[in-house]
Design a protein around this ligand. Structure first.
Ligand code: ADP
Length: 542
């Protein structure tokens, strides 16, 4: 152990210490509806240190979980550093969960203290009776303490004020637990993923690489991804590591807020799920607004249609795609290798719409149902498996430990192909695959094609039971504002682009595609709506 402690360890606090020392004046801005709070890395450091010392006074044992139920603000950024810096585990609670699920997650994590945004008090009050082990609630807000049934209740600002400004962040092995995040549960019960200091430092550094997210000091980062989704894609850590300006958008981020923040704060970089960026592009196009000075956007969380990459190119912004999971943040990055032939814009966009290559220190492979490794021929489809430095080895509180791994590889639940050049393409989630006549159809590919139709705003494709073929694709389509599109139009648009038997013959025109708590298409809910007969199905005439 002594030898280990002499080797400098990969821990999170040095990121903040560097930001304070060299980029102390660089801003950390919170944009709320009625007010803008301008903080700085110096202030975040000062307050995080005081807060870390105050945690010692709350009766928490080392590595006890500290829950946070909050929107993206400077206070959340402070907690991202203070909690692991005080050798406790930051548990990022998903504020879009139903009360029952929230109670389940907080109890499963055994949260001992919960920090909560004033605006989210009613949600937490509803579940608090189910959380007898919570010792204290801390309210994040600006004004006087609000009325609440939570007890005992403390005030964040007072806690910070009373804290020790000379507190030194804890030292220890890099393998110590730092942050606990549950999957969003798109296809099942949420599962807890425990990150070490090492894995978060590693993922953050990968994001700063040019072929990663390419984030540097010159950047102003708009944190468009909720800080509760997959460790906030490490945005607070990356921002501090390089000394970038950070913009936190507060509650209920809408496309107009994104455009407003980009303009007012001179945002150059952002990251988020494709649905957010789809909405932003639509607003920019319909209002003729420019996205300057935004340069780059990283889209991840679900597949990025080639059409979206093209739309952003026309708006002067580079969109790159990352594939990742809560269990493997940043697994692959889209890219166009120098040796890959792609001449026209649409050829380039098609390559960039692939999920790309594993990041350095990760490996990917695909396996068949019997666990045999499949060839990289671009055709053989199987379950994607990944291994590497930042891939989880077990779930929190799961007694099976790393038995869930397959020969040391993490099975992702995604169906993919890998071609001879190494490009990975995610075809589907295993649970979303459409099995038609013994073969399968990629819902993601159909969605990506439908999204390139000029009259389509969004499209999700799900399986519809069929007597003859077992399942057939049903395309659920949202038309762009003021447009109407017919089943026949869509069918003849798809027909030349995919195999005949892939072309959906049925369509459901809907006002919107339901979204999960982190903004992905919620196909579980769409399937339920189909089962309950709530979707009006239109058959395209041949
Ligand atoms: P949940 O499984 O609850 O949605 P995650 O946010 O961890 O939680 O989701 C990981 C999953 O998201 C991946 O397994 C994959 O299905 C999907 N995903 C993430 N990034 C991409 C991408 N670039 N393209 C396609 N699918 C993606």
């Amino acid at each position: 152990m002594e030898g280990l402690m002499m080797t400098p360890q990969l821990r999170l606090p040095p990121f903040l210490e560097r930001a304070e020392r060299y980029f102390g004046d660089r801003e950390v801005v919170t944009r709320l509806a009625g007010s803008i709070r301008r903080s700085s890395w110096r202030e975040v450091g000062r307050r995080a240190r005081r807060l870390a010392s105050a945690l010692d006074g709350l009766g928490l044992a080392p590595f006890d979980r500290v829950g946070v139920l909050a929107w993206n603000t400077h206070r959340y950024v402070e907690l991202y550093f203070a909690v692991p810096g005080a050798q406790r585990v930051l548990h990022t609670l998903n504020l879009r969960l139903h009360a029952d699920q929230l109670a389940w997650v907080a109890a499963h994590a055994d949260d001992r203290v919960i920090f909560v945004d004033e605006a989210l008090l009613p949600l937490l009050e509803a579940v608090a009776p189910k959380l007898p082990r919570v010792q204290a609630y801390v309210v994040l807000g600006d004004g006087p303490a609000p009325k609440t049934s939570l007890s005992p209740v403390l005030d964040y600002e007072q806690l910070v004020e009373r804290g020790d400004p000379d507190f030194r962040f804890a030292d220890g092995p890099e393998t110590e637990a730092a942050l606990l995040c549950y999957t969003s549960g798109t296809t099942g019960h949420p599962k807890g993923v425990l990150y070490s200091h090492r894995s978060l430092v590693h993922a953050s550094l990968m994001m700063t690489t040019v072929d990663g997210f390419g984030i540097g000091e010159r950047d102003t980062i708009l944190v468009a991804v909720p800080l509760f989704h997959a460790a906030g894609w490490c945005m607070p850590y990356v921002g501090a590591a390089v000394g970038a300006k950070l913009v936190l958008p507060g509650p209920n981020l809408q496309p107009a807020d994104v455009l407003g923040a980009i303009d007012a704060e001179r945002v150059t970089f952002s990251a988020g799920v494709p649905t957010v960026w789809n909405g932003v592009a639509a607003l920019a196009e319909s209002t003729g607004r420019t996205l300057a000075p935004l340069e780059r956007v990283i889209c991840a969380g679900s597949a990025v249609p080639a059409a979206l990459i093209g739309r952003y190119e026309r708006l002067g912004v580079t969109v790159r795609q990352a594939w990742g999971m809560t269990e493997a943040p940043l697994g692959t990055m889209s890219c166009l290798k120098q040796t890959t032939r792609a001449e026209t814009p649409s050829e380039r966009h098609a390559v960039l719409a692939r999920q790309g290559l594993p990041i350095p220190t990760s490996e990917v492979r695909i396996v068949d149902a019997d666990g045999r490794v499949l060839p990289n021929d671009g055709k053989s489809a199987g379950e994607l498996e990944i291994r590497g430095v930042n891939v989880a080895r077990a779930y929190f509180g799961d007694e099976r430990g790393d038995e869930t791994l397959h020969d040391g590889w993490f099975p992702t639940g995604d169906v993919a192909t890998i071609d001879a050049e190494g490009y990975l393409v995610i075809r589907d989630r295993t649970k979303d695959v459409i099995k038609s006549g013994g073969e399968w159809i990629s819902s993601l590919e159909l969605e990506s094609l439908l999204a390139s139709h000029p009259k389509v705003a969004e499209a999700a494709v799900i399986a519809r039971p069929d007597e003859k073929w077992v399942e057939r694709p049903l395309a659920c389509v949202v038309a762009r504002d003021g447009q109407s599109v017919s089943a026949e139009e869509l069918r003849s648009f798809l027909a030349p682009k995919v195999a005949r038997w892939w072309t959906p013959e049925t369509y459901a025109f809907v006002a919107e595609i339901p979204k999960t708590s982190v903004g992905k298409f919620d196909k579980k809910r769409l399937r339920e709506r189909l089962q309950r007969g709530e979707l009006t199905i239109v058959r395209a005439e041949e």
